[in-house]
Design a protein around this ligand. Sequence first.
Ligand SMILES: C[S@@+](CC[C@H](N)C(=O)[O-])C[C@H]1O[C@@H](n2cnc3c(N)ncnc32)[C@H](O)[C@@H]1O
Length: 213
Amino acid sequence: MHFISEELEEYAAFHSENEPELLAALNKETHQKILQPRMLSGHFQGRVLSMISKLVNPMHILEIGTYTGYATLCLAEGLQQGGTLDTMDINEELYDFQRKYFDLSEWKDQITQHLGNALDIIPTLNKKFDLVFIDDDKENYINYFNMIVPLMNKGGIILSDNVLWSGKVLELVKSNDKSTRILLEYNKLLKEDTRVETVLLPIRDGLTVSRVI
Ligand SMILES: C[S@@+](CC[C@H](N)C(=O)[O-])C[C@H]1O[C@@H](n2cnc3c(N)ncnc32)[C@H](O)[C@@H]1O
């Protein structure tokens, strides 16, 4: 779904930074070989993630939902020297694909892949994070958020993807549509939770920026 016209989307992308070569190759190979390539953040949102990361200049980044590693590499662009990025995915078939591209990047020694359910992995991470990107199963967004807030440094940023869910947040929710129901609850929680200040950006499928107070 396009919230603004395709022409305006293209105009915005064209007047933003170009997609780095390595990411263009990753993007292409994902589309050629991997199921559901639309899960990948892509050129424009990737440049937004990169810009936010450079503004935050984090020491420790956490990404929940690696997929083929596109957003991982965008977020890594803002890492401090000696900083770390932990990323996790439940799909083991993606592991080698991710590693190939991480190894081709300048952050190869800073990125740690975790294989498994994020709900099990997050409590084992003994770090305080400056930047977190939540981008996996929507049904657990509230659980992830509540696990992550105590692991954040003050002033840290939590990014949540797909919060407009192709516009379904404005439609009548079907009784079996748990993802939309949880996202509606999640968006309300981010607005009301006094531990964060939040702005929902209508970028791509909706990207919320929450700053930990
Ligand atoms: C939307 S994709 C991530 C896209 C990626 N962040 C990007 O922007 O290029 C979501 C990923 O979350 C993974 N995932 C779903 N449920 C998960 C869970 N409970 N724990 C870990 N990963 C999960 C899926 O396997 C999928 O690869």
